[in-house]
Design a protein around this ligand. Structure first.
Ligand SMILES: Cc1cc2nc3c(=O)[nH]c(=O)nc-3n(C[C@H](O)[C@H](O)[C@H](O)COP(=O)(O)OP(=O)(O)OC[C@H]3O[C@@H](n4cnc5c(N)ncnc54)[C@H](O)[C@@H]3O)c2cc1C
Length: 463
């Protein structure tokens, strides 16, 4: 009899884990609590045009997402963005990011000054970086402290935080420097950030950094589901796992309501749900694992997707813009989807998507959909003089959207990994651990499945 792996959670991490487990010959079941697969990958038609409402780009510099797209038949469809030139709305207008910046950290005073994103006094303050003695990172520090001590708060607030906010919806005074900007740790340990970055190889190269899929990267999740179904994987939606417990031979999932639970048994389990959900399903027998998982906090965000008649919209060049929190706007970031992605070319619809919400700041998210659309339109009017009325709009609320890689995150994940490794036939993956991006989630799924097939783990044939 083939050993059975149950994957809990049908987002990109869980679907990928199912794919790699099936490929290794396991019998696989995916238990997804909601009514659909894909998690943060979701698309819908806005004014008749298929558009991503969650994740919208794949990092193509890493191999995992590109490789998986190829394996599920989408390799030929990957397309680089038409432009990745993003701007920052700062001090009254849109301004380009400093050339060659690393997550908003400039490579030179000249490139910083040229953008005008921070005032001249803040450029002068950043110059102190060249004179200060080394300020090593130690165990870990908040990004705001590690970068701010060298370049000043202005650079943190108007450059680094908006870029990190685009990835984590987090705050620079909480996010971990080690977990979110690991490439800067060595530089800071040595001394000047500006000198250290100047010596790092410039970003770029011939290959595009990002890729999209016509119609939306959500198609990656959909294609995975098709391949899994064709491969005989049991795919269940509306299958919320409430409790996960060990049995003499493996694991048991209690699925469904407490009043009428259904037991699903497995030889091994991959838990691919957000950390708070994983914490809730694990009991005290999982050692300190549940408490560590519960310690990872999440930011909630909303995405407002708007469609306009293309002939009434004249967007500035570039893929969109970021808005620092200190500007006190509703919109945190805007993507000009129909400019950024080439498959919109020729469409008579212009699509703009705006993100709202940062960690710890949920007041805006309490507003109803009409208020959010009106607020976004007011910001777009002020920032890019977009005055057209949308012909369609979708407000997507992502509660518990993005894990916060707060100070100490890397150490917490190491503790989680070692506690998980003590549980036979058990593995974790997903955005909470080693990166929130889609390729990182796929890499985590590969590692999770590999750990189940290692020594002392689930053997492929049981019984
Ligand atoms: C608005 C937004 C934009 C983003 N943009 C990008 C981008 O452009 N590029 C990029 O690379 N990344 C992006 N990300 C990040 C990326 O999309 C996510 O980090 C990633 O998709 C998370 O995948 P996951 O499988 O770990 O988790 P999820 O997608 O959250 O999937 C977890 C699944 O588990 C299910 N579940 C939860 N509890 C249970 C339970 N008890 N039992 C069974 N099932 C359960 C959930 O319903 C869900 O389907 C974005 C994220 C958001 C929110």
């Amino acid at each position: 009899m083939t050993a059975r792996i149950v994957v809990v959670g049908g987002g990109i991490a869980g679907l990928s884990a199912a794919f790699y487990a099936r490929r290794r010959g396991f019998s696989v079941t995916v238990l997804e609590g909601s009514k659909r697969f894909g998690g943060k990958l979701l698309r819908a038609e806005v004014a008749g045009v298929s558009t991503d409402l969650g994740a919208e780009a794949l990092l193509a510099r890493r191999p995992e997402a590109v490789d998986l797209a190829r394996e599920v038949g989408l390799g030929g469809e990957l397309v680089p963005p038409a432009t990745t030139q993003a701007a920052v709305y700062s001090r009254g207008r849109l301004r380009p990011l400093p050339a060659g910046h690393v997550m908003g950290v400039p490579r030179s005073l000249r490139s910083l000054a040229a953008t005008g994103i921070v005032p001249p006094t803040a450029v002068l303050r950043a110059a102190a970086d060249l004179l200060l003695p080394p300020t090593p990172v130690g165990d870990d520090v908040p990004v705001a402290r590690g970068i701010g001590i060298r370049l000043g708060r202005g650079v943190v607030d108007r450059l680094v935080e908006p870029l990190l906010g685009g990835v984590y919806a987090g705050r620079a005074d909480r996010l971990s420097l080690r977990a979110t900007l690991p490439q800067l740790v060595d530089v800071l340990d040595r001394g000047s950030l500006l000198r250290g970055l100047r010596d790092l190889p410039p970003p770029g190269g011939a290959d595009p950094v990002f890729a999209g899929i016509p119609g939306g990267v959500a198609r990656l999740g959909e294609a995975l589901v098709d391949v899994l179904r064709a491969d005989g994987v049991e795919l269940r939606t509306s299958a919320m796992v409430r409790v996960l417990r060990r049995t003499p031979t493996g694991w048991r999932c209690d699925v469904g309501p407490a009043s009428a639970p259904e037991a699903v048994d497995a030889d091994g389990v991959v838990v691919a749900v957000p950390a708070p959900a994983a914490a809730r399903m694990l009991g005290p027998e999982a050692g300190g694992l549940a408490a560590e998982l519960a310690g990872i906090e999440y930011a909630s965000v909303a995405v407002v997707t708007l469609a306009f008649p293309a002939d009434q919209v004249n967007l500035p060049a570039g893929s969109g813009f970021l808005v620092p929190a200190v500007e006190r706007r509703l919109v945190k970031a805007a993507t000009f989807s129909s400019v950024k992605w080439p498959w919109y070319a020729g469409s008579d619809v212009a699509v703009v998507r705006c993100s709202i919400g940062r960690f710890g700041d949920t007041a805006d998210l309490q507003r109803d959909d009409a208020e959010l659309v009106a607020g976004v339109l007011a910001d777009l009017g002020a920032i890019v003089r977009l005055r057209a009325q949308p012909i369609d709009s979708i407000v997507t609320r992502w509660a518990g959207a993005l894990p916060q890689y707060d100070v100490g995150h890397a150490a917490r994940v190491a503790r989680i990994r070692s506690a998980a490794a003590r549980l036979p036939g058990f593995a974790l993956c997903g955005a909470a651990y080693d990166g929130v991006g889609i390729p990182a989630c796929i890499a985590g799924a590969q590692r999770a499945v590999a750990s189940l097939t290692g020594p002392r783990s689930v053997s492929r044939t049981a019984g």
